[in-house]
Structures are given as C-alpha cells and as structure tokens.
Design a protein around this ligand. Sequence first.
Ligand code: XBP
Ligand code: MG
Length: 264
Amino acid sequence: MDSMNRALIFDVDGTLADTERHGHRVAFNLAFAHCGLEWSWGEALYGKLLAISGGKQRIRHYIDHYHPPVSDQFRGKEGLDELVSRVHAEKTRRYVDLAKRGEIPFRPGVLRLINESAEAGFRLAIATTTSRQSIEALLQSVPERDLFSRFEVIATADEVGRLKPHPDLYDHVLDAMEVSPDQVVAIEDSENGLLAALSAGIRTLVTVNSYTEGSDFQGAMAVVDHLGEPGNPCLLLGGDGTSFGECVRARDLVGWLDRENNRH
Ligand code: XBP
Ligand code: MG
C-alpha cells in the first residue's frame, strides 16, 4: 500500500492537550459569571458532564438534568436555545484567551509524534468535538511549530451533524483525505472518542488523562498514560500489548498497522 495513503488522526481535548480540567471548565465558569448565572462547575461535576460531547450540548444537559436557576426571560425552548448559544459563545471567547496566553500546554510526546509523522509516511488530521475557534487558538499557541500547516484536514463540531461517539467526524476525515480506514490510526482519550473511531473502522490508541483513566477502552489497540518523551517514558496500561519502549513513535504505529493488515 502506498505509504502516503497512511493517516494519523488526532483527537484534541484530552489528547493533544489536557484541556478540560483547567481550560474548558474554567472558561465555562467564567462565562456563567459573565452572563449573570449562579452556576459553577467544580472538577468532580465537570468530570460527570464530560460524558456529553459538545459544549452547547453539555450546557443544555446541565439545565435539563441539574435544574440550575434560570431567569424567567430564558424560559421556553427559544429562550433556552438563546441562553445556551450566548453562554457558549462567551465560553469560547474565554477559552481562546486562555489558549492564546499559553495556559494550555500540549501533552508529552504530542509535538514529537507530529514531527515524526511525515518521515514515517503518515498524513495528519484532526477530528474533534470542540469548535473551530478553540482548536485554532490551541494550535496557534505554539506558533514556532506552524502546526496548522501539518494537518491536512481539521474536522470540528462545526462540520458534522452528530458528535462523538457517533463516527461522523472520523468519516468526514476519511472522505476528505480519501484514505481507507485500515491505513489509519486514531489517537483518543475518552470512551466517546474511542467508540467514534472504532465505529468508523479505525484502529485506535488511547492516551488516558485524569478524567478518563479507568474508563472502558475495550477495542483499543493499546492504552497508555501518554505518548512519552525521552526521560519521561510512557506506561502501557492495556490493549494488545504492543510494546512501545519509552515513547510511542510513528514508526511503531506504522509497524503495528502493517502487522494488523497482514494478519487479516
Ligand atoms: C471534547 C469535547 C468538547 C470540549 C468542549 O472534544 O467534548 O465539547 O469538552 O469544547 P474532543 P466546546 O472530541 O476534542 O475530545 O465547548 O468547543 O464543545
Ligand atoms: Mg478527547
């Protein structure tokens, strides 16, 4: 198979960077205060709300299931839709500010693996449930890496109708890149993300974080704590036992794909 038909698709939140606990969650709370809402999402509650993909959907789920105080002016479907949109727009502004200030660092090994990918024959893409503004701010937070030019396709919640765990985002990337799922590896952090990639027929490596460790990652090619850096080795937590040494390297993922495809 022509090596340039190989692709590595990164999830964003929790995978490229540990964005949720001190990024999105903080931005949501700043937006609630700005909008005059007496709502506050602590770290534990936010961990529960992360089961709902999509910031707008997460706010609406919170209103419908936790019944926080909402002023009468926002009652009714139109009122609530307007409130959710207004709060999420402010939240995105706050998150973009945090990212632009460099307050959301990339996870170990991510920038190294992106750098290794071209030489190993991987084309790169992103499939994320977050908004385009949020991912653009995160990629621009390391301008020296010119990350934008490295990703052929960036599929966000703005492009598809159904969010993770539905496969729509991954299907969109496969179509846009004209690659076959059996030449692709996805890197995810959550159950929703793993289910989305597997439903698109894509083999998936999971890198857990403090919100997703201990989740059910049945079907993952392997589960590691992070991608590893020299001096900061990754730890294999589960999966088919693919051994990565101290780092998950692009050539490891190529070798694994080839072995899997030769097996079937
Ligand atoms: C994780 C999500 C996103 C973020 C919040 O996305 O579910 O909704 O939590 O971002 P990923 P928005 O697929 O990258 O893990 O408020 O922009 O939705
Ligand atoms: Mg994620």
